[in-house]
Design a protein around this ligand. Structure first.
Ligand code: FAD
Ligand code: SIN
Length: 526
């Protein structure tokens, strides 16, 4: 058993921001399920939204966020996040993030749904620079212990106490060490889940392999409410390539002039779908337009073309994408890029308040695993890293403010493996993993119907007993833990989607094409 004051599960933008805001006062342990930089944060390309241009205002950023979110956002939370953005950028600069500059000021790029140039960035690899800076600062702090290769299995709650008090508290997590295969109990007076999204529930996703919704599933199993899981964001432009499956082509390519072309007709098609905002319409609109073109013309992909811009400009703005594509035989300065939509971001998640508190005492959450009210029915581009900084800090502040009222950790039972054996059929895990991701892609994708959702629900019901049976009889492994969580998040997504009888933001169903009034969150109660 290891103990610290505060336990953070996740070493991306949300987890490390929280750690840095706690460490001057508390002993903090941060767990990651693989290497510390394996979350989505390091993969972020476009940048971070903040009002920094003289002609821009907080009101514009709030309005753009609400429009993208189809009115389902919590306006007070949107205002809070937007207003804290410039200070968050300043703190990142102080940590050494080398944001791009032009003529002595920060260079701001544009992305879909933003009415102004508002995105600060480090060329086209913003997340990598942010992750490096946060990690460097955390590694240097004597009160922060960073522990990679620990896969959290479940939250340690009051029911794991040796003498159950019924208080419903969370006291840390059980996690398996990938190297030794042993399960250890990590306790703390406060626990923060910063475990990222659930993109890998889908066959095609821009998210890294570990985005299996672990935190959402753990919080749900422990009794926390989860909301708005039907709003899975599909990024319009993921590279279409037979070997490279999940390489994102940043929206900033469209922000800097890139156009979407139908390869059969040779024509730009966004004017038919959104004549005013064209390629810079919110993501749900652009992703649906591409999906419609692909289906109508029987295409494998559409083209994203920025070759009309000067080659130096393209190479200068998108050096990493340029090099990556060049290695695959595509020169984006002279030829179009084949692209398809792919799952990209989980808008829903564990319900948190403005201080990052969940329903369970002692449990906080921040970042992509949450539903804070910021994104509503569709996240505005580059608002998510921002959410991580604001809520990572908010959770830290709240823990510090309440520290004296948080109870001491009681005696908690160790992990019990006395009744399980080693698995004899690992193929079950692989088979089920692929099956879930495939039916989620085919039945719970960009355009939905009730019939398809029911099909998905039926498959989930069949798989549930098989996976739970497997979990109950065999020693846990990281793959089994992820499979169990994938099924749990798939279930939450499908249940939420079936619950919503309208088309709003990212949830588009042919059976209920209209909006219904007033906008209501889908809140699932365990
Ligand atoms: P992550 O950075 O995903 O970190 C999750 C952490 O949790 C990891 O350390 C992981 O190891 C750990 N973890 C998960 N499960 C467990 C477990 N069971 N046990 C232990 N540890 C666990 N957003 C923007 O705002 N701007 C962008 O330009 C942008 N570009 C993007 C590009 C791509 C390709 C992708 C995929 C996303 C992009 N996003 C962008 C979204 C943004 O990157 C994420 O929303 C954000 O980084 C999430 O940060 P996080 O801290 O919540 O989680
Ligand atoms: C991108 O660069 O297109 C991704 C931005 C985001 O997801 O916010």
């Amino acid at each position: 058993m290891t103990g610290s004051d505060v336990l953070i599960v996740g070493s991306g933008a949300a987890g490390l921001t929280a750690a840095l805001n706690l460490a001057d006062r508390f002993k903090v342990t941060v767990l990651a399920k693989g290497a510390l930089n394996e979350g989505s944060t390091a993969w972020a390309q476009g940048g971070i939204a903040a009002v920094l241009e003289p002609g821009d205002t907080f009101e514009h950023h709030v309005e753009d966020t609400m429009v993208a979110g189809a009115g389902l956002n919590d306006r007070a939370i949107v205002e809070l996040v937007v207003e804290r953005a410039p200070a968050a950028i300043e703190r990142l600069r102080a940590l050494g993030v080398p944001f791009a500059e032009e003529k002595g000021a920060l260079h701001l790029t544009r992305e879909g749904g933003h009415s102004h140039r508002r995105i600060v960035h480090v060329a086209d690899a913003t997340g990598w620079a942010v992750q490096e800076a946060l990690q460097r600062a955390a590694e240097a702090h004597p009160n922060i212990t960073l522990v990679p290769d620990q896969v959290a299995i479940d939250l340690a709650t009051s029911r794991h106490e040796e003498r159950y008090s019924g208080a419903g508290n969370v006291w840390g997590v059980y996690a398996i060490d990938r190297r030794s295969g042993r399960v250890a109990l990590h306790t703390a007076r406060a626990t923060i889940l910063a475990t990222g999204g659930a993109g890998r529930t889908y066959l095609f996703s821009t998210a890294p392999r570990g985005a299996t919704g672990d935190g959402i599933a753990m919080a749900w199993r422990a009794g926390a409410r989860v909301a708005n899981m039907e709003f899975m964001q599909f990024h319009p432009t993921c590279l279409y390539h037979l070997e490279v499956k999940n390489f994102l082509i940043t929206e900033a390519v469209r922000g800097e002039g890139g156009r979407l072309i139908n390869p059969t007709t040779g024509k730009r098609f966004m004017p038919y779908y959104d004549a005013e905002r064209l390629e810079l319409a919110p993501r749900d609109v652009v992703a649906r337009a591409i999906d419609a073109e692909i289906k109508r013309y029987g295409l494998d992909f559409v083209h994203l073309d920025i070759s009309h811009m000067p080659a130096d400009f393209v190479r200068g703005h998108f050096p990493n994408i340029y090099e990556k594509l060049k290695g695959l035989g595509i020169d984006m300065t002279v030829a179009p890029i084949p692209v398809v939509p792919a799952q990209h971001y989980t808008c829903g998640g564990i319900m948190v308040d403005r201080d990052g508190r969940t329903d369970l005492p002692g449990l906080y959450a921040a970042g992509e695993c949450t539903q804070s009210g910021l994104h509503g029915a569709n996240r505005l581009a580059s608002n998510s890293l921002l959410e991580c900084f604001v809520f990572g800090e908010a959770a830290a502040r709240d823990i510090a403010a309440r520290w004296d009222t948080l109870p001491d950790v009681p005696a908690i039972r160790a992990w019990d493996e006395s009744r399980v054996t080693d698995s004899d059929e690992e193929v079950v895990i692989k088979q089920n993993w692929t099956e879930i991701r495939r039916f989620m892609w085919n039945y719970v994708g960009i355009v939905r119907t009730t019939k398809r959702l029911e099909r998905a629900r039926h498959r989930i019901d069949l798989l549930r007993s098989e996976i739970e049976d497997y979990y109950g009889h065999f020693r846990v492994t990281p793959d089994l833990i992820e499979l169990r969580n994938l099924l749990q998040t798939a279930d939450l997504i499908v249940r939420s989607a079936l619950h919503r009888h309208e088309s709003r933001g990212l949830h588009y169903t042919l059976d209920y094409p209209e909006l219904s009034d007033p906008p209501v969150d889908t809140v699932l109660v365990p």
